[in-house]
Ligand binder design. Structure first.
Ligand code: ZN
Length: 268
């Protein structure tokens, strides 16, 4: 297995550019293929709304091995790009990298710890551009902690089911331009069992369904807007010699992720 080559640092500016707003201050360059994709598919030429679904630890090899289980994600997206996540491949390091567009030595999270990130992020970029942002995450999770204190609305729920349900409600209420949803049951279960146990597999399937439910909801709730749907995980996973699942190593199983992008053109 070989390593992916496009660093995860390139997502933040790509998403900012998709909405035609200024990227986070220290973000790596946007990807031209995302820019072209957005221009080609949006009626207005840019994404007017954005839904980002962040399931934890859905490594790229899961997509290769359980491809059929990703059909619900593929149904609502038209572009998939392989990325190399940040090292070490642990949750706060990778999500800090994804949302700042900067490497760990810049944003400062270099190991498993959950400080509030001070480096300029996509959340700050959205707020500066006047976008109304909701973050629906899980209480005590990295995503629920490291972006604290911004001018966005936080909805911290007990689990991924509740975080998804909340986001579905928020879509119906139509008060936000950007909704970010974080779920972590797959990651919880791989640590408790291993990456391919029945309970882990069921969580992976469930995460893909959650994304599809959210995407489906945008087809009615955000019908009049050019909408960008993003399915972006933080890192992969492997089975250790102890028989349980984990992620921390500089190996393709932990470092390779594939992120999905979908455009729902406005019905104007
Ligand atoms: Zn994670």
């Amino acid at each position: 297995m070989t390593f992916n080559t496009i660093p995860l640092t390139r997502i933040a500016a790509s998403l900012a550019k998709a909405m035609d707003i200024k990227p986070p201050a220290q973000a790596d360059a946007p990807l031209p293929q995302i820019e072209t994709f957005v221009k080609d598919h949006c009626i207005s030429g840019k994404a007017e709304r954005m839904l980002i679904y962040n399931p934890d630890a859905i490594g790229q090899w899961l997509i290769q091995k359980y491809t059929d289980d990703f059909a619900p994600v593929m149904r609502h997206t038209q572009l998939a790009i392989p990325f190399l996540t940040a090292f070490p491949p642990v949750t706060p390091v990778c999500f800090a990298t994804m949302y700042t567009g900067a490497a760990p030595e810049i944003h400062g999270i270099r190991k498993y710890e959950k400080p509030v990130v001070k480096t300029d992020s996509l959340f700050d970029a959205f707020v500066r551009a006047g976008k109304r942002v909701a973050l629906s995450a899980i209480t005590g999770s990295s995503m629920g902690i490291i972006w604290s204190g911004k001018d966005i609305d936080y909805f911290l729920e007990k689990d991924g089911e509740a975080a998804t349900a909340r986001a579905l409600e928020l879509l119906d209420e139509d008060q936000y331009d950007v909704i970010v949803v974080y779920t972590m049951e797959y990651d919880d279960n791989i640590h408790a069992t291993h990456p391919e146990s029945p309970v882990s597999h069921a969580s992976m399937v469930r995460h893909n369904q959650q994304f599809a439910e959210l995407a489906e909801k945008t087809t009615s709730a955000w019908k009049q807007y050019d909408t960008l749907l993003v399915y972006a995980t933080d890192h992969g996973i492997h089975k250790t010699i102890f028989g349980t699942g984990n992620h921390y190593a500089d190996i393709p199983e932990d470092m390779n992720v594939t992120e999905f992008f979908g455009i729902q053109p406005a019905e104007k």
